[in-house]
Design a protein around this ligand. Structure first.
Ligand SMILES: [Zn+2]
Length: 397
């Protein structure tokens, strides 16, 4: 502790109010001045804009910080113009029952703290409350009657200490520990949308399915004035106004079927809050395919010949019908044969049902056709009873 000589007894008072000040001067110089016996001022703590912190006065003693008394008489009557309710009521030197924190800052900063200074102040207030509880048995309430500014004690003399933009409410809410919140407004197989709040701010939103399978992530957030208005009137969530997310789901990374989508909002402090929603990823509707391997187009035939190929459909294939010249039925195949090559080539995602068993092969007697040109038509009939056609021309010689 950097002891300041500018201290006196609390005269039996127990501290239950924390007073925030601004130094209007740099950190080191302010500490020097607050420890100088000539200055007749002091504070319990000084918190710098880089997050550094010094204690100058023991909590058991009164610091001289509030302008309600200077010198060493200790219990001077206070009859000032305080706007703080408890200070008004008590009518004694406010130094007796307060703990003063000087925050490094200047007239031009209007009480706005740096992020790291704010974090240090939050930790310091938590620590002060614990110490006051153990030394004096008092719980300092986290409200605006007990976390106040110097300007609320001596509004005429110090109207700008700690400055009109000092974040009292955000400070109180942060010390209280606002919960991290994550909400999914809407989730389907294309998009997941919602919002998240974290007292440390938002770093990113990560999307998972079925627990640990990460699929995508975003660091761009959208305006959510509705959420900000409803949940952030105290300003405790720094990104409250921009807390929305809308993420396109890379469907090909998630297997077809029902899954639990997990959204993890990660705060700037690394903390995470999850929300979940069930979604169903359906197979894309792919067109049925009818394919003829043989005969090749323009083949000349003089003996019995084979018509072979394969057919697939998203919903599965009912049968394959073979015609000559679009009308004359030559064969109908209901039991299809193994085609692992087809399955491997076109069915990596499993979007065609039973592509593994998609083959057909039938021998057509040449006597079934007259001499000359003919079209061999293959109709793949799907389980939904639609037909998809393929054709080859041959010449019977
Ligand atoms: Zn002050």
């Amino acid at each position: 502790m950097n002891k300041s000589p500018n201290v006196s007894s609390r005269n039996g008072w127990k501290p239950d109010i924390i007073v925030c000040h601004i130094t209007d001067g740099a950190y080191a110089g302010s500490i020097t001045w607050l420890c100088n016996p000539e200055s007749h001022i002091s504070a319990h703590y000084v918190v710098g804009r880089n997050g550094q912190m010094s204690q100058l006065v023991d909590l058991q003693q009164a610091a001289w910080c509030n302008g309600t008394q200077t010198g060493k008489s200790g219990s001077a009557q206070y009859t000032g113009n305080a706007t703080a309710a408890l200070v008004k009521q008590r009518k004694v030197n406010a130094n007796l029952y307060t703990i003063s924190i000087e925050c490094e800052g200047f007239d031009s900063t209007h009480g706005i703290l740096t992020d790291v200074q704010f974090s240090t102040l939050v930790s310091l207030i938590k620590s002060i409350r614990q110490q006051v509880k153990s030394i004096f048995g008092i719980d300092i309430p986290l409200d605006r009657d007990h976390i106040i500014g110097h300007c609320e004690i001596t509004p005429r003399e110090k109207p700008n200490c700690p400055g009109h933009d000092f974040p009292y409410d955000r400070l109180i809410q942060t010390v209280k520990g606002l919960p991290a919140l994550t909400t999914i407004d809407q989730a389907n197989e294309n998009t997941v949308r919602g919002w998240a709040l974290n007292i440390s701010g938002l770093r990113e939103v990560d999307v998972y399915y079925d627990g640990a399978h990460g699929v995508t992530s975003t660091r761009s957030f959208t305006a959510r004035t509705d959420v900000n208005k409803l949940l952030n009137s105290h300003g405790g969530y720094p990104d409250g106004a921009h807390c929305g997310y809308s993420i396109t789901i890379p469907t090909d990374k998630i297997p077809i079927g029902k899954h639990t989508l997990g959204v993890a909002a990660i705060g700037k402090d690394g903390s995470s809050k999850w929300a979940y929603k069930d979604i169903t990823i359906s197979a894309p509707v792919l067109p049925p395919i009818a394919w003829i391997d043989s005969p090749a187009d323009g083949t000349k035939v003089s003996t019995d010949f084979t018509v072979s190929g394969w057919g697939v459909a998203g919903e599965g294939v009912e049968r394959v019908d073979i015609y000559a010249d679009g009308k004359r039925g030559l064969a109908s195949i209901k039991v299809l044969s193994d085609r692992p090559d087809v399955d491997k080539t076109i069915n990596a995602h499993g979007w065609y049902k039973d592509a593994l068993h998609s083959g057909y092969a039938v021998t057509v007697p040449v006597s079934a056709l007259s001499k000359g040109k003919h079209i061999i038509n293959v109709a793949v009939i799907t389980k939904n009873n639609t037909a998809t056609w393929a054709a080859k021309s041959i010449t019977v010689i």
